[in-house]
Design a protein around this ligand. Structure first.
Ligand SMILES: [Zn+2]
Length: 421
């Protein structure tokens, strides 16, 4: 339970915040509810833009061979999470340009990353299967029809296996949802089905049940977790993985999931997965339609040997863990040319967006960008970082005027070189 305390507090979602808690509406109008930002200019695969992607496939070719299996502890998996696609509707965190999705799949292909199925992932994590060093697991949440119309043809073209985390109330085929028939067709072409609960509840419903006592809470888990396990099994055959809706996870959920038959559960906390990762709190990068940098962080495997443990385990006192998602993760190891430091305060109550400030050791107060609708805070260091460790401190005020702060630290690779394992 390495990340127990992180996720205990993480009712708190590093992605499409308010609306992420919401089940997808039957007739969603993305322009009415979500913050719409310009589509980022696509990164050419050759990395010829002024600001090259953090890892371009050319750089990846310098990494060791990725075609053969290695001992289990040497493999890292980037789990990608997607939602909805369109080439015409306004993009949002939840909705990506189909053309950008294609570029990302092409990038994975060119970079020589191995896209693995959920079965391979579980056989590696829970069994003895050996995989290549750099793997990607593709997951798509909720059951948007565009997964079938837009993403599926691309995934099929590349021959990539993928996992659909479905919530059973959103399988009607009405509005923008997909039908069970669409799901079955995708199952015949590489899709694994996992549960995303029965009704994709807001955290407040979970909290209300929890406040009402153990019986109410257990009953709700029986319906949302056990019920979806059963129903999805009836519709599509046995399932064994769960994905926390909105990333909302509590210790009671983790404790109860195995009893329903689940063997693994996925969060929305970014980070590479190693073979010691808590299998009921698997890290996952939610790839936003508005920010391609998340994808590039996810498929950047250069920092791996250290991120999995090595250095940080011998590095003294552990970092504090803020009660909200942050990137890079506390205690993790980031490359010296790290392009993004971020935090997500949407799960905190009554935050005044204009009051949020970020301080970074060695840089002082930095001009972090705050998205007032999602309460995401981001700063891109303008320079390569030569400090061995960076401490990030966030401070903010709440609407009652009181001041709050939280901090964490992460390590920085001493050499900006390609790691060899
Ligand atoms: Zn969802």
């Amino acid at each position: 339970m390495r990340y127990f305390f992180t996720t205990l507090w993480i009712a708190l979602i590093p992605c499409a915040w308010a609306q992420y808690f919401e089940p997808p509406p039957i007739n969603p109008d993305p322009s009415s509810e979500v913050s719409v930002r310009p589509v980022p200019a696509p990164q050419p695969a050759g990395g010829k833009s002024e600001q090259p992607a953090p890892n371009d496939p050319a750089a990846v070719t310098e990494l060791p061979d990725n075609s053969s299996p290695v001992p289990r502890e040497k493999t890292r998996v980037a789990v990608l999470g997607y939602h909805n696609f369109s080439d015409t509707k306004p993009v949002s965190e939840m909705l990506m340009r189909t053309s950008e999705f294609r570029q990302q799949m092409e990038y994975i292909h060119k970079a020589g990353l191995r896209v693995i199925s959920m079965k391979e992932f579980l056989d590696w994590r829970l069994g003895n299967l050996q995989l290549p060093p750099r793997c990607v697991l593709i997951t798509l949440d909720d059951g948007w029809r565009s997964v079938y119309t837009d993403a599926f043809p691309i995934l099929k073209e590349y021959g990539y296996p993928f996992t659909l985390f479905l919530y059973t109330k959103y399988l009607s085929g009405r509005g923008d949802s997909m039908t069970p028939e669409m799901v079955r067709e995708m199952q015949a072409h590489g899709a694994t089905i996992g549960s995303h609960s029965t009704s994709h509840l807001y955290p407040r419903f979970w909290k209300r049940a929890q406040a009402a006592g153990d019986k109410a809470y257990n009953d709700l888990m029986d319906v949302e977790m056990g019920g979806s396990f059963k129903r999805l099994g009836e519709l599509f055959g046995p399932i064994n993985t769960y994905c926390y809706p909105g990333g909302y996870v509590t210790p009671q959920m983790i404790e109860r999931l195995p009893g329903y038959g689940f063997v693994a559960a996925f969060t929305v906390i970014p980070g590479k997965v190693d073979c010691t990762e808590d299998v009921f709190q698997v890290h996952r990068y939610m790839v936003f339609g508005t920010d391609s940098s998340i994808f590039h962080h996810a498929v950047d495997f250069r920092q791996l040997s250290s991120a999995a443990g090595g250095d940080r385990k011998n590095a003294g006192a552990p970092s504090p863990v803020p009660p909200f998602p942050v990137y890079p993760l506390p205690n993790s190891v980031a490359p010296s040319d790290i392009s993004l430091i971020s935090a997500q305060l949407s799960g905190m109550t009554n935050v005044e967006p204009n009051s949020i400030q970020m301080q970074v050791s060695g840089f002082g107060r930095v001009p972090a960008k705050v998205d007032s609708s999602t309460l995401s805070v981001q700063w891109s260091p303008p320079l390569r970082i030569y400090l061995p460790r960076l401490t990030v401190r966030l401070s903010w005020k709440t609407t009652d005027g009181s001041s709050h702060s939280a901090e964490w630290f992460f390590y920085v690779e001493s050499e900006p070189q390609i790691q060899s394992s």
